[in-house]
Design a protein around this ligand. Structure first.
Ligand SMILES: C[S@@+](CC[C@H](N)C(=O)[O-])C[C@H]1O[C@@H](n2cnc3c(N)ncnc32)[C@H](O)[C@@H]1O
Length: 211
């Protein structure tokens, strides 16, 4: 994976195997959302749809955005395998998150393993934060900067990795978004000699309507 991967590059990557990221949800998405009441969710850089489908299975109405048409096609197929009700709960959008402007507020906004340059990440995370409804949640998960030296997997380019402090700094202009979790966590991968190191930042917008 490279910082400069275009939609075309991602399309080519997604063409190579049936599912790259598995069918089930990311473990942090599962952990941090499983106790939430279903509402509306926005999944930015949704890939093959594993997280969007899992949420839709649980009753969420999901808008899932990714610039890879191949990924979205695979995601639609995954959703349809989960039945008509799940598939109907997801709106898929082939869009670049660098220009995508959410037109609504959502009870849950996900940005999961989106690795782009720092300034771009800040812009996307700020747009994501701006799309969280009062009382709603933002969940950001990524490969931690330390993953290169102490973890496994993820992009090899240090410029597109980040830390929990980076995410908090990106979100500093949103004082009504209170961080409840901001940490480096270990994710055990079967067959790997050491765990992957992830950033997990979970924040909640205060219930008051002002930002
Ligand atoms: C590592 S995958 C993660 C997919 C998904 N969030 C998951 O956890 O399974 C990163 C995704 O980001 C998407 N992506 C990267 N840059 C993007 C951009 N500028 N706009 C939209 N999607 C983008 C890629 O197409 C890819 O699907």
């Amino acid at each position: 994976m490279d910082a400069l991967m275009s939609a075309h590059d991602w399309d080519e990557r997604y063409r190579t195997s049936e599912l790259i990221w598995k069918a089930g949800p990311n473990q942090w998405v599962r952990q941090y959302t499983q106790d939430l009441s279903p509402g509306t969710a926005l999944d930015l850089a949704s890939g093959e749809g594993r997280n969007a489908v899992w949420l839709a299975d649980r009753g969420w109405q999901v808008t899932a955005v990714d610039f890879s048409a191949v990924a979205i096609e695979k995601a639609k197929k995954l959703a349809s395998q989960h039945g008509r009700r799940t598939a109907e709960r997801i709106h898929w959008a082939i869009e670049d998150v660098l220009s995508y402007a959410p037109t609504a507020e959502y009870n849950l906004v996900l940005v999961i393993y989106l690795h782009i340059h720092a300034e771009q990440r800040k812009a996307v995370l700020q747009r994501a934060a701006g799309a969280v409804s009062p009382g709603g949640q933002l969940l950001v998960v990524g490969h931690h900067t330390d993953n290169l030296t102490h973890g496994v997997g993820g992009p090899p380019n240090p410029e597109i990795l980040y830390t929990e402090e980076d995410v908090l700094a990106d979100l500093a202009e949103f004082p009504n978004l209170l961080s409840r979790t901001a940490q480096r966590v270990e994710r055990v991968i079967d067959g790997q000699p050491r765990p992957a190191l992830d950033v997990v930042v979970e924040a909640q917008r205060s219930a008051a309507t002002q930002r």
